[in-house]
Design a protein around this ligand. Structure first.
Ligand code: MN
Length: 287
């Protein structure tokens, strides 16, 4: 199932070139009192309400996909976990280019660990990336994104995929410079998740997905998730050895070689096997 959020917080199921509006199921989510849950209650309930979503999808209003504005398929992630340098060829390109590493010590992921991006940086495919600090290089990074469905800590890699709700494409937009990654990658709109969430039953094996990113028609990045240094099960094991993973947590798995600048007016076209395509516009943030 391809689940999306669109327009004014509507919930939809993608079928071919259409979206079926299944927002009625949102009434089945638990009401909340302050303090509200810090995880995503829709993702938490997803398995339970899937039969209801399927019921709604038989009768819901049908709209052309091209007519809606896609939002992030996860509304309220508790955290966005990101993997640095998780493809060997990307490590090599970063080490080779001073304008990418800025003298920072760059290590492959087993030494560098993981970092967090601000949840306020998250947008969907129908929203624009709004560049800031345009005197510096702002780069695209296309990645496989994993959405956690079931909470856990110290999850062994053999069990890891049973904790996954689904997969999306992630764009990890990055201001180059000497500061910590969490600062340079957390500006508003610098994390794109989309175009929708493909539930894990439709992607039993995330370790062999072709993906690419074009900017204004020019191929910039192309790789396969089998090239990941730490694959999805290993990343979940690693991350959950430091913090509890909660429903709706997003894990972006790292970018392959080919990172390059984006500027105002560009359109990024990200594509991933078994997930789909998204076109994301790049603008400059208003002062
Ligand atoms: Mn990245």
């Amino acid at each position: 199932m391809k689940l999306c959020r669109f327009n004014q917080n509507r919930l939809g199921v993608v079928q071919g070139d259409d979206i079926v509006d299944v927002s009625n199921v949102l009434t089945q989510l638990p009401g909340a009192n302050y303090p509200y849950p810090s995880h995503d209650v829709l993702i938490e309930a997803l398995e339970r309400i899937t039969p209801l979503i399927n019921d709604c999808a038989r009768t819901g209003a049908r709209l052309p996909l091209a007519s809606v504005k896609l939002l992030s398929p996860v509304a309220n992630p508790g955290k966005i976990i990101a993997a640095p340098v998780n493809y060997t060829k990307h490590l090599e390109e970063v080490l080779a280019q001073k304008q990418l590493h800025h003298g920072n010590l760059i290590n492959e992921i087993r030494k560098a660990g993981l970092f967090l991006k601000a949840t306020s940086s998250l947008i969907g495919a129908g929203q624009d990336v709004e560049l800031i600090h345009t005197d510096r290089r702002n780069d695209h990074e296309v990645e496989l994104a994993v959405i956690i469905g079931r909470a856990g800590r110290n999850i062994p890699r053999q069990d890891a995929l049973s904790h996954v709700a689904g997969y999306s494409i992630g764009l990890d937009i990055t201001i180059r410079g000497p500061e910590e990654r969490s600062l340079r990658k957390s500006a508003d709109s610098y994390t794109v998740l989309g175009p929708w969430l493909v539930t894990a039953d439709d992607i039993p094996d995330p370790s062999n997905l072709e993906f690419s990113l074009h900017v204004d028609g020019e191929l910039r990045q192309q790789a396969n998730t089998h090239e990941l240094i730490l694959g999805v099960p290993e990343l979940i094991e690693f991350a959950s050895s430091f913090y509890t993973l909660h429903p709706g947590d997003i894990l972006i798995t790292g970018t392959p070689q080919g990172v390059a600048p984006i500027v105002r007016g560009n359109t990024m076209h990200a594509s991933m096997q078994s997930i789909g395509d998204m076109h994301v516009r790049v603008v400059e943030a208003q002062a």
